[in-house]
Write a protein that binds this ligand. Sequence first.
Ligand code: COA
Length: 157
Amino acid sequence: MTTTRRATAADLPFLEEVFVIAMDWNPSTARGAAHWREDATFQQYLGGFPRPTDFGLVAEREGEQAGAVWWRYFTADEPGYGFVSDEIPELGMGVVEGRRGEGIGRALLTAIIAAAKGGLSLSVEDGNPAEELYRKQGFVPVGRVGDSTTMLRMPQR
Ligand SMILES: CC(C)(COP(=O)(O)OP(=O)(O)OC[C@H]1O[C@@H](n2cnc3c(N)ncnc32)[C@H](O)[C@@H]1OP(=O)(O)O)[C@@H](O)C(=O)NCCC(=O)NCCS
């Protein structure tokens, strides 16, 4: 059984692991945790989590952390990869390798969409099958940055 709960400061090490999972989704171009820990984006996406406007969820299966999703607000001065506006937070997500394809990613995404009052954005690199999951959950492409698509989901009326 998968349970989903709110992420706390104690979950930061796991969220950091998930950040690396998301950045290294493609094994042929993966750079590894040591690289990402030194990269500016590491602090940009997770430094000081949870800030007052951060929100995250951790999925657990059989008592083990299996995946996580979180949002953080960015600004035009320091945009995230999937920046749309300073009023729309950007998602990061990932599921640990041995637990993919079991519905955990979908469960996390559904839960964070339910928790969001406004829009949500994200960035997905070309070729990542996660794009299909995002489309199925109502995200639409709104822009391109490098080899990635920025996707946006606005609340349904
Ligand atoms: C993307 C990710 C979060 C999805 O979580 P998951 O628990 O594996 O996905 P689910 O089992 O909930 O599957 C939901 C949908 O995701 C899509 N999907 C995810 N990974 C897929 C893969 N490797 N191949 C094909 N479809 C995939 C499918 O559309 C699937 O829907 P379906 O069951 O109707 O076919 C997870 O695979 C992961 O962490 N991948 C590596 C990191 C990553 O890419 N993060 C996102 C960066 S933008």
